[in-house]
Design a protein around this ligand. Structure first.
Ligand code: NAP
Ligand code: HSE
Length: 331
């Protein structure tokens, strides 16, 4: 039986333990679970499994699941496990986006698995690093943050911004620091991960961050005006060709009601990809929440148990096509 350690037992960690408890077909033992507060009871995890000692947790297992968040200790422990040759399953898009240069050598060895880091358990990393590589990319647009999408959907119903954010936190959608969500940075982390897989492997976090706007400056008037004009506002993450380079940006946009991306409501995410040979592809599903994310973590675990490597990295930038893409109205 393979031994697995969880770094974190919050929304995603606790849900992962719960999903695994209901999957007798998956032969793993959860040895230790890293938390800050070992005195707090966690459903489905015994007090004997809890530890606040990172070294003890890493040493206890062959497979490490990083679901603790943050870019400091989480990144250091991920690297320590990878340096010891242990596969790491990470839901932490912040570490993936911001500490990629350190992680990349291990990702090249196939030791890093991160399906759940983007769009939770809804497929995104998998298709963009495999089947969709059969086409040269033309453009990608995506709703990548469940908290913002939930808040925007609630605002449309007349719920206040503060109440909508508080509910997104209660439902386990928001980051520990929700300014990452509403400031657009979480979507930008995820877009960085996706863009490196299909457009340009050398895309830097700081470049994407500099082209990021969130929903925190939207006023109720803007939302009302969008409704009166027969549309919706959504936080859109995009990669598209312009001026001979790939533009990578996150910003709120106005979408007519019949726009494909306007169909994703609440905590749903959506991904639109256009490739030269395949044409248009649209994927949508839950993008946040403990159970939806645990599904992606468990999918990665099945790959690890079957000795399948993590996503194959893109070797060189995709050619930038000279095409005009449909303009979107930025808010
Ligand atoms: P969370 O509820 O805040 O849980 C974090 C867990 O990590 C807690 O159990 C916490 O321990 C532990 N932890 C954090 N810092 C620690 C430290 N310094 N030392 C020891 N333990 C520490 O977070 P989450 O919502 O589960 O998210 C976890 C990760 O998954 C994040 O990277 C997030 O971006 C990513 N993710 C989340 C979702 C989602 O929908 N929530 C979806 C996809 C990806 P205590 O419980 O003792 O405080
Ligand atoms: N805070 C993130 C979101 C969690 O709302 O989309 C899923 O990555």
């Amino acid at each position: 039986m393979k031994k697995l350690a969880l770094l974190g037992a919050g929304n995603v960690g606790a849900a992962t333990a719960q999903v695994l408890a209901n999957r007798p077909d998956i032969q793993v033992e959860i040895t230790k679970v890293l938390v800050r507060d070992v005195s707090k009871a966690r459903e489905g995890i015994s007090s004997k499994q809890l530890s606040a000692n990172p070294g003890e947790v890493l040493d206890s297992a062959d497979i490490i699941v990083e679901v603790m968040g943050g870019t400091g200790l989480a990144g250091d422990l991920t690297l320590k496990a990878l340096q010891a040759g242990k596969p790491v399953i990470s839901a932490n898009k912040a570490v993936l986006a911001e500490r990629w240069q350190e992680l990349k050598p291990y990702a090249e060895q196939g030791l890093l698995h991160y399906e759940s880091s983007v769009m939770a358990g809804t497929p995104a990393v998998g298709p963009l690093s495999s089947v969709l590589r059969g086409s040269s990319p033309l453009e990608l647009h995506a709703i990548l943050n469940g908290t913002c999408n939930y808040i925007l959907t609630e605002l449309e119903k007349g719920v206040s911004y503060q109440n909508a954010l508080a509910e997104a936190q209660r439902l386990g959608y928001a980051e520990a620091d929700p300014t990452l969500d509403v400031g657009g940075f979480d979507a930008a982390h995820k877009l960085t991960v996706l863009a490196r897989l299909v457009f340009d492997p050398s895309i830097e976090w700081e470049t994407v961050k500099a082209s990021t706007k969130g929903i925190d400056k939207l006023t109720p008037t803007v939302m009302t005006e969008a409704k009166e004009r027969g549309g919706k506002i959504r936080l859109l993450a995009s990669v598209y060709p312009e001026g001979g380079t790939w533009q990578v940006k996150v910003r709120p946009v106005f979408l007519p009601l019949d726009h494909l991306m306007a169909s994703a409501a609440s905590n749903k995410n959506a991904l639109y990809f256009k490739g030269d040979a395949i044409g248009e592809v649209f994927i949508t599903g839950a993008g946040a929440g403990g159970m939806a994310t645990a599904s992606g973590v468990v999918a990665d675990l099945l790959d690890v148990l079957a000795n399948r490597p993590g996503p194959a990295l893109l070797k060189q930038p995709a050619p930038v096509p000279s095409i005009q893409i449909e303009a979107l109205e930025e808010i």
